[in-house]
Design a protein around this ligand. Structure first.
Ligand code: 13P
Length: 248
């Protein structure tokens, strides 16, 4: 039986303004009865307001990215320490959109995750293969290389969550077969065991992300090594997000 407490994290990406705080409040009100951890990684511009308005029962507010330095001449960037100051409790590192569009390497993701952890925050480290890599049978190799090189030496089960997000499943409505998800999550857990030891591996959460919707969430959450989800599009509407939490 899976004894890890599940986490459902929403990633709003570049969506949402102060007018969206109402949507967050709806989630906050409804989620206090649940036995799962819930996070909403919102745009930096609304972290502070969101954090001030929620009840902090089950829900935490997070960010989607940060710079790996604490401060300095990096025009337009924001550090983990600054996001913590605004109220973030968790920060995503290495989302595939950052890796692909902004050319973030495993080394950069590792530095970002390190700075997040050193700021006493949790990080969600994302990994995942492209469709081409999947078709070439490279999924396991790609995700293991990404995780091995992106996960900091200071990562443990309390400060780090891993999210497997096949790039071709993000925003497409397509998901891998349940067997494929199961195999990848098993491989990732055994890699974490090799690197960090079995105790940490048994406690570290591994989320699935990529087109998680109310209609496929149950099957995904039934997989043994899946400890929750990183949800994009369906986290923007409180009804859909709450449906997924309810199923979990
Ligand atoms: P979708 O749920 O919209 O596919 O997005 C997944 C994602 O990128 C979460 O980080």
């Amino acid at each position: 039986m899976n004894l890890r407490k599940h986490l459902i994290a929403g990633n709003w990406k570049m969506n949402g303004t102060l007018g969206s705080i109402n949507e967050i409040l709806k989630i906050d009100k409804l989620c206090s009865d649940y036995e799962v951890d819930i996070a909403l990684c919102v745009p930096n511009t609304i972290i502070s307001k969101a954090n001030e308005t929620i009840s902090h029962n089950n829900l935490i507010i997070g960010a989607q990215n940060c710079h790996y330095k604490e401060s300095g001449a990096y025009t337009g960037d924001v550090s983990a320490k600054m996001l913590k100051d605004a109220g973030a409790k968790i920060i995503i590192a290495g989302h595939s959109e950052r890796r692909q569009i902004y050319k973030e390497t495993n080394e950069i993701v590792n530095k970002k995750a390190t700075s997040i952890i050193n700021s006493d925050l949790q990080t969600i480290i994302c990994i995942g293969e492209t469709e081409e890599e999947k078709n070439m049978g490279l999924t396991k190799k790609i995700v293991c290389t990404q995780l091995e090189n992106s996960m900091p030496s200071i990562s443990d089960e309390n400060n780090t969550v891993v999210a497997y997000e096949p790039i071709w499943a993000i925003g497409t409505g397509k998901i891998p077969s349940l067997k494929e998800i199961e195999v990848v999550h098993k491989v990732l857990r055994s890699l974490i065991s090799e690197i960090k030891g079995i105790e940490t591996a048994n406690k570290m959460k591994i989320l699935y992300g990529g087109s998680v919707k109310p209609n496929n969430a149950k099957d995904i959450f039934d997989i043994d090594d899946v400890d929750g989800a990183l949800v994009g599009g369906a986290s923007l509407k409180s009804e859909d997000f709450m449906d997924i939490i309810n199923i979990c």
